[in-house]
Write a protein that binds this ligand. Sequence first.
Ligand SMILES: Nc1ncnc2c1ncn2[C@@H]1O[C@H](COP(=O)(O)OP(=O)(O)OP(=O)(O)O)[C@@H](O)[C@H]1O
Length: 294
Amino acid sequence: MTMLRAERVTLGYAGRAVVHDVSLDITAGGVGLIGESGSGKTTLARAFLGLLTPMAGNIWYGDQTLKKADMRKFRKDVQPVFQAEALDPRMRIGASVAEALPRAARARVPELLEQVGLDPGLVARRPHQLSGGQRQRVVIARALAAGPRLLILDEPTSALDVTVQARILDLIASLDTERLLITHNLAVVQRLCRTSHVLFAGRVVESGPTRDLLANPAHPYTRALRDAVPKLGGPPSSGRAEAGGPTEAVPAEAGCPFRLRCPLAAPGCERPPALRDVRGRQVACHRAEDVLVT
Ligand SMILES: Nc1ncnc2c1ncn2[C@@H]1O[C@H](COP(=O)(O)OP(=O)(O)OP(=O)(O)O)[C@@H](O)[C@H]1O
């Protein structure tokens, strides 16, 4: 059974929706949420963590909605891994990890530090006395303290340099927990997520096996994201959508939210596209078949 599921969820702040009618399951093998800044990834993650109540729709935790669930059990099962900057700068590492453990289990601090590849001798240090990679390991150790079944990781490596990033990704891959991973970095989802969902302007525009999405995108926006990854010595992409630019929330009745940036936009794109099955994935694009062959 899927542990956590969003069912037709609309989310927003002060009555203004920024995520619209999103349904997705957190399935085994890692789930990636990809999209540019402002597309609604963190907002969706906050709803999955029970920190934001949906304006419409439900988050299901097993067979109960989060509104009705046993939140003590939920908080143990589902843990966030945010960026290392969130660590309290005044707290020693040992205390910081101990705080996340039940009182009776505080002797487990060295074991948790070892599990994330840190020398237990670092307990007396404060965050500024560690490297960025070490700090991120502390954040992961804190998240693991409760013995979670699912980690929700929001850009866990974006502040780190590439070699340190790779080692943190190895660590995350080695953990025996399910994961929802939020990133704009396609190499990261490729490594850690069997399934991915691409968000644009608060809507899912493509969902499916990560490998298929990246090898052969069916939405022009997924293709733009994929083509924006620099390839050393590769030819520049041309005649295709740019990955960057603003993603204002667009009302559904205004048609496809991507059409103003889409090189394949046609008169029919003024109709809002629904998600539909196209070759093993779900795509919200009237011209998905054309994207697949061009
Ligand atoms: N606390 C808030 N109050 C009001 N609006 C917010 C708040 N947090 C986010 N938003 C808005 O919601 C939209 C989605 O933001 P969100 O942080 O979910 O995007 P994101 O995809 O995670 O972006 P990034 O990659 O930059 O973190 C944006 O338009 C943002 O301005």
